[in-house]
Write a protein that binds this ligand. Structure first.
Ligand SMILES: *[C@@H]1O[C@H](CO)[C@@H](O)[C@H](O)[C@H]1NC(C)=O
Length: 184
């Protein structure tokens, strides 16, 4: 696990200056994208860590405006990168966030309102991990991936065998989920 500090609150910044928007709409749609700025996975396919379809540039920081802010459960943290996806035929982008409490949420990209929410098995307890990297619970830590041709997102979630709420390290298990968006 990397020792990156993660914010307890999820805050997303979006910029809509007219110049940047004009540039955005001029971009050709990428193969994996439904909308030019959708972000369907952690990085590009070779995992270089960079997706070229965004206007997120340090030079533009001064023009960013906070669009919305969401605060969820106590001790809920978001280790995975939020993904951005536009439902086929949808009016605007949705943001999918997954947490250390094994909660998946689909948020409206324009307002931050919760469109859909699903709680998976109780999360694995950090106290069973004997490792100090992640506090409280270890639910979903890695970034999911979205397959835009099927509207399905794939993710790993850590909990215990048989969906138990505990049981020690020996009973810990990861499950790989395939979850339909946006209904979850
Ligand atoms: C994906 O979602 C859209 C919009 O809800 C729907 O029309 C389409 O049939 C879905 N695709 C699949 C493969 O289920």
């Amino acid at each position: 696990m990397s020792s990156v500090a993660f914010p307890r609150r999820l805050t997303l910044f979006t910029m809509w200056p007219s110049l940047a928007w004009a540039v955005l709409v001029a971009l050709p749609a990428l193969v994996l994208s439904v909308s030019p700025t959708d972000e369907l996975q952690d990085a590009d396919v070779p995992q270089s860590g960079y997706l070229p379809n965004h206007n997120v540039d340090p030079a533009n920081l001064g023009s960013y405006v906070m669009q919305w802010r969401d605060t969820f459960n106590t001790n809920e943290m978001f280790h995975a990168k939020p993904l951005v996806w536009t439902p086929p035929g949808g009016a605007n982008e949705y943001v999918t966030v997954v947490s250390n409490q094994n909660v998946i949420r689909v948020l409206d990209g324009l307002t931050g309102a919760v469109v859909q929410q699903r709680t998976l098995d109780p999360p694995f307890l950090a106290s069973d991990a004997q490792c100090g990297d992640i506090p409280n619970t270890i639910g979903i830590t890695s970034t999911p991936v979205i397959d835009p041709s099927t509207n399905i997102t794939y993710l790993y979630s850590k909990g215990y065998k048989n969906g138990a709420a505990g049981g020690g390290a020996i009973n810990g298990q990861y499950k790989l989920y395939a979850v339909r968006l946006p209904s979850l």
